[in-house]
Design a protein around this ligand. Structure first.
Ligand code: PLP
Length: 452
């Protein structure tokens, strides 16, 4: 029986990323407030936010300092834009800060409002810059199966998940998907991580050769794949992949939308995963999700190509009304200052061994085929048979059942196919990590009993 609010919700809100047929029967979990790593529903029941919202609320809820900086900026200058000769201090200061923190040398930052817009911008820049460089045939972008890069037409095309393509008439032309670097699912029997990485790099090399290296412009990768099921590429993967990219003059785009700002125990996931990207997309933890803001960081050679293109054709015709919105930029800048002041990265580093040990302990659970993760992100993959890795049938709904039972236990986690993802706020304490995994273990036990 739905509450009044739930009934009004399903009657009026078209919910993103939901089964629109079953949602009206199931109803929605309606949250009312948050405090630290906890959120509370309309009955006042607390939940440990094991997904940091959507991999984004790094500082948790209730940071009054961010509320105040937003209010101050709103009082002073609630809106100003960056188009055609205008600018404002919050955007300038934030770009400077990002330049200082970047894992590779960057020249400028283009601001936008979401991870999807950032990756959309990445694709447009790849096309535009290759035209500027006089190689208009070099335009294809290679992503990976199970990658998640967003939902706009371009970024959904880069995403490598069936539900983002089927019946949306995607992907668009010029996008290719390389193999998914998931050792548990895709390695050959007996193949080591290192050998798997070598094979994937050889396959990418062959794919680029088959496409024609002159037609392939870029490879886009999340350091650790998130919304595809938390997939940590095998040891030596990125150095080997990058060797192939360098050989064919293919640039590397790092999608740091989840991994950026501490998730893997470094400022950027690229550092943790030995990636040296040419350009970087950031969002989510950039403002700890207090306001929507994202960015694309570009190196000097792209900056120069863009300037040359303006010399030729005039205005760089790309930008959003809210690119670098002053309130969002002020909040993001303060968020980065808090990360530094409170040594959030150091805190994450200190927690990682405990978090990963508790995650790995779930690998012994009868329902769990693989427990995987890096930094403060992880997943457990439920299987019908641990020995053969046989998956449950999609109709059995075991992973969603674990999520529903976790919710009863007062824990929010997320099912992605057969994987159950955990990605708590970075400010979580060791005791709260225990609370998270105790609750998840109970949910798995109850799901096992339910599945029979
Ligand atoms: N890139 C990655 C790695 C993401 O995880 C996401 C969202 O989860 C996106 C891009 C898209 O971001 P948004 O939902 O803000 O458009």
């Amino acid at each position: 029986m739905l509450t009044n609010l739930q009934a009004r919700d399903v009657a009026t809100v078209l919910h993103p990323y939901s089964n629109l047929a079953t949602l009206p029967r199931q109803g929605t979990l309606i949250l009312e407030r948050g405090d630290g790593v906890h959120v509370y529903d309309t009955d006042g029941k607390p939940y440990l936010e094991g997904m940091a919202g959507l991999w984004c609320t790094a500082l948790g809820h209730g940071r009054q300092e961010l509320v105040e900086v937003a209010a101050e900026q709103m009082s002073k200058l609630p809106f100003a834009h960056l188009f055609s000769g205008k600018s404002h201090d919050p955007a300038i200061a934030l770009a400077e800060k990002l330049k200082e923190l970047a894992p590779t040398p960057i020249s400028k930052v283009f601001f936008c409002n979401s991870g999807s817009e950032a990756n959309d911008t990445q694709m447009k820049l790849v096309w535009y810059v290759n035209n500027a460089l006089g190689r208009p045939q070099k335009k294809k972008i290679i992503s990976r199966i199970k990658a998640y890069h967003g939902v706009t037409i371009a970024s959904a095309s880069l995403t490598g998940l069936p539900n983002n393509h089927i019946d949306f008439d995607l992907p668009i032309a010029g996008v290719r998907h390389a193999a998914c670097p998931h050792h548990y699912r895709f390695a050959h029997p007996g193949e080591s991580e290192v050998d798997f990485a070598t094979r994937l790099a050889a396959e990418l090399d062959a794919q680029i050769e088959a496409e024609g290296p002159d037609t392939v412009a870029a490879f886009i990768a999340e350091p650790v794949m998130g919304a595809g099921g938390v997939i940590v590429p095998p040891e030596t993967y990125y150095p080997k992949i990058q060797e192939v990219l360098e050989k064919h003059d293919v640039m590397l785009i790092a999608d740091e939308v989840i991994c950026g700002f501490g998730r893997l125990g470094e400022w950027f996931g690229s550092t943790a995963m030995e990636m040296s990207p040419d350009t970087i997309s950031v969002a989510k933890a950039l403002s700890s999700a207090y306001l929507p803001i994202a960015g694309v960081m570009i190196p000097e050679w792209i900056d120069e190509a863009l300037i040359r293109q303006s010399e030729k054709i005039g205005v760089f015709g790309h930008g959003f009304t809210y690119s670098g919105h002053p309130v969002a930029a002020a909040v993001a800048l303060r968020t980065l200052e808090i990360y530094e002041r409170e040594n959030i990265i150091g805190h994450v580093r200190g927690l990682i061994p405990h978090f990963q040990a508790r995650l790995q302990a779930l690998a012994d659970h009868p329902l769990v085929g693989e427990a995987r993760g890096k930094g403060l992100v992880g997943a457990v993959e439920v299987v019908a048979d641990k020995a053969t890795k046989r998956a449950f049938g999609p109709k059995q709904g075991v992973a969603p059942k674990v999520v529903a039972l976790a919710e009863q236990e007062g824990l929010i986690v997320r099912a992605i196919g057969d994987a159950i993802a955990v990605c708590p706020p970075l400010v979580i304490t060791e005791a709260q990590v225990d609370e998270l995994f105790d609750k998840l273990a109970r949910a798995l036990d109850r799901a096992e009993a339910w599945a029979g």
